[in-house]
Structures are given as C-alpha cells and as structure tokens.
Design a protein around this ligand. Structure first.
Ligand code: AMP
Ligand code: MG
Length: 421
C-alpha cells in the first residue's frame, strides 16, 4: 500500500522532463569510440570488437572437393542420365588431404568427403547408391547420373578478396572460425574500455558483514560490476564512498584520471545527502536529466576531463534498468560496436492497463512461449526497490506514456538474456 501511494505521488510530474528516446539520443550522440587498438590471437578474440575489416586472401574451399564419401566418376556422354546399371572400373583412392591421378573416361575413384575432385572427374555419387561388383573392382549404379553431383566448387563459401568480417563486429565463435577458415590467426580489435565505478550511500554495507539498524547491503555494486564484466569492460572499483562532497570529489578525480568512463549509483537526486551532482559540476560538466520513465527517473550525464560520466539512480531496479537502457548502448558505442542499440521483440500483454501514466514504464515480465506472439505476464510488485523482480523476469516490456489498453495489446519487449550478452 505504501508503495502504491509513493508511485501515485511520483506520477504528478512537471512537463520539463525528457523522453527516453531523447535521453538515449543525447547519450549516443556524445559517445566517442575508443581510438586505440591491439592485435589478439584468435583464442583471445572472443567478445572483442573488430577494429578493421577482415578480407580473405584465399578462396574457401580452395579447390573443387567432394561433399560425400563415395565415388568420383568420369562420366561419358552416352552414360548421362541412363537409368539402367552403368558400371565403372575403380582405378584410384583419394582420402581428404591427398591428390588423385587423372581419371580416365568411364572410370571411378573411391573418394572421401573433402578430398579434391581429381582431374577428369565430372560427378560424384554417394557410396550408398553404388554396388560393388566383380570382387570390388567395379561399381554399378542403377539411377540416372547427372554432371556435377556432390561437388563443392572452389570459392563456394568465400571468394578471395571479399570482406568476410566487418569493423565493429563483436566477435562470436562463428566469426572467429570464419577468420580461421581463411588462414587469419590474429585480429585487430579495439582496446577494452576502462570503467571506474563507485557507490554512494552511508547506509550501505558490504555483504558478509553484519547490518546495523537502518543499514542495507550494497547490491548495486554487484549488479554494476557484473554488468560491466559481461560487456567486456576493464573495471576499476572503488567500492562504497562516504556521502560527503570531499569524498565524492576525490573518488571522481581519481577515477576520471585513469578511466574512459565513470559510473556511480545513488546520490543523483537533489537532496542534501546527494553529492554526486555538485561533485561533477565542480570538476567537470553535468547534465542532470529527469527522464519520463519508470523505474529510474533521475539520470546524470556529463564528463570530468576526458572521462565520460554516468550517474545512475540508487534504487537497485532503477540502477539496472537505466544501465541496460542507456549506459549499455553508450558503452557499446564507445567500444566500437556498430550494432550498439538494444533490440526488442513484439509480445502480447497478458494484462490490462487501466490507468494512463505520464511516464513510460518498463515492467518486469515473464513470457509464455506457448502462444505466438508470446504472452507477457507482469511481476506483481513493480517498485524500483523490488530487486527480486529482475531475477524473476525474462525481460522488460515497454509501456508508452499516456496509454491504456486491454490484455492482448502488442508491445515492445527487451529480453534480459540479450541485454546481458
Ligand atoms: P539515492 O538515489 O541515493 O537517494 O538512493 C535511492 C534508494 O536506493 C535508497 O533507498 C538507497 O538506500 C537505495 N540504494 C542506493 N544505493 C544502493 C546500493 N548501492 N545498493 C542497494 N540500494 C541502494
Ligand atoms: Mg543516497
């Protein structure tokens, strides 16, 4: 009940707030791609971001080869398409990795998957369709045969000179394998970005210690560090910082000197215990945005020297949701990822939305995949302090401001599994 009352009060908001899309555009517009790169071996390339295009210098496959274990034939014109038993003398054997002899007209070579098609051969028949006759010296085939069956032609996958991987790609196993398939063993990737973090709130205690009256455990520290690790950032973690202007300033100064980005949680409201805003204003520049969204109204953005700064709200759900919706695409752009925006899928609301709200809401939902589109049901408590909702949820459903709808409405869904990659 208390929760509901608080939510109702928050719904009365002035018009000066900015929308989620404006906030995202402002952030993305000022994200600068890291300009240093390094060379990494393929085994170290997973999840790194490609800094240059990769071009093939060979064809793959490099030669016509067999798609089957079977027999390469030098089919003669009068044998083409003949339905009866056509016999071929076996004159060669070609395992993968070796080169066969020239195949004479009317002859067959035993051949294995991946072995080069010998000169003279014009088709390959799989072994299941051949019958060995005359003590295994010949094969006989009972179905019509065409030219070029089961031959994988040179350059079928990749042609020499073509770009196979593009700058900005976050390297996944399949891309690393493709580089290997053209003989590339090192890749140029963007350097990891260094992100400094600290946490504000004198009420915060590290898990593992005992709580005293009025204290809570610091959960943001763990969500944020884990989220940054997932994104492949180098993290410098100062832990919890005392709620004073001096302590906040010295943490900011220290981190901004060595990091590409500093992220904090809490202390971005305008109460006298909120020192992040004055500290960033003193050392750099700050825009404090009040975003028309729930959870997570306050978001601070600016810079201290060459380091960018993002101040996330303190409530644990707000901190995670604003990180995922704003900080994540910002960081991906800084990392050089070309595909930095979050993707959504369309799902069906399994609930009514009776009251029109002035702020866009990001509701924690679970999906039932037994219907198409999947049906989204909401967690019963949607407060910005209800961290269990994030563990329960498959993702966030986006409910536009000033709207009402009945169950069955089609809405955007942000899958948590994808945003955690
Ligand atoms: P603030 O933005 O500092 O006013 O904090 C808003 C709410 O989030 C308060 O209830 C804080 O106690 C809580 N909070 C702030 N930081 C953390 C944190 N690191 N872990 C868990 N809760 C937090
Ligand atoms: Mg605080």
């Amino acid at each position: 009940m208390k929760q509901q009352q608080a939510d109702c009060a928050c719904d009365e908001i002035p018009q000066s707030l900015i929308s989620t899309s404006e906030a995202l555009a402002l952030l993305i517009g000022s994200a600068r791609v890291i300009n240093t790169t390094q060379m990494v071996m393929l085994d170290d390339a997973l999840d790194r971001v490609l800094a240059t295009d990769v071009r093939a210098t060979i064809n793959v496959p490099g030669f016509d080869n067999s798609a089957m274990d079977g027999y390469a034939l030098h089919l003669q014109e009068d044998q083409l398409g003949v339905a009866g038993g056509v016999a071929f003398e076996i004159t060669d054997r070609i395992p993968a990795g070796s080169i066969g002899n020239v195949l004479a007209p009317g002859c067959a070579a035993r051949i294995f998957t991946g072995a080069p098609v010998p000169e003279g051969a014009n088709t390959i028949i799989m072994q299941e369709e051949c019958e060995l006759i005359e003590k295994g010296s010949k094969i006989e085939i009972y179905r019509p045969i065409a030219y070029n069956e089961n031959i994988r032609p040179m350059g079928n996958d990749i042609q020499s000179g073509s770009v196979i991987l593009q700058v900005g790609l976050k390297l996944q196993p399949q891309a690393i394998a493709l580089a290997a398939s053209v003989g590339v063993n090192v890749l140029e990737v963007f350097n990891k970005i260094k992100v400094g973090v600290f946490f504000t709130g004198d009420e915060l205690v590290e898990p593992g210690r005992a709580l005293e009256a009025g204290q809570i455990f610091n959960s943001n520290r763990y969500s944020l560090v884990a989220l940054l690790n997932k994104l492949g950032c180098e993290v410098v973690n100062l832990g919890n910082v005392e709620d004073t202007l001096d302590a906040t300033c010295s943490a900011l100064e220290r981190l901004s000197a060595e990091c590409d980005l500093v992220i904090t949680t809490g202390g971005v409201s305008v109460g006298e215990e909120d020192h992040v805003k004055p500290a960033v204003e003193k050392l750099g520049e700050l825009s404090l945005w009040r975003i028309k969204m729930k959870p997570g109204k306050p978001l601070a953005f600016g810079n201290v020297g060459d380091s960018a700064f993002i101040g996330l709200p303190g409530n644990p759900v707000s901190a995670m949701v604003t990180f995922l919706l704003f900080a994540r695409p910002f960081i991906k752009k800084m990392q050089g990822v070309s595909d930095y925006l979050n993707t959504t899928v369309r799902v069906e609301a399994n609930f009514d939305w009776h009251r029109s709200k002035p702020r866009r809401e990001f509701i924690r939902v679970c999906l039932d995949h037994n219907t198409a589109p999947a049906k989204a049901s909401q967690y019963p408590k949607q407060g910005s302090d209800i961290l269990s909702s994030m563990v329960w949820a498959d993702g966030l459903i986006e409910i536009p401001e000033k709207t009402t709808f009945k169950s069955g409405e089609i809405l955007n869904f942000y899958p948590l599994s994808e945003m955690m990659l």
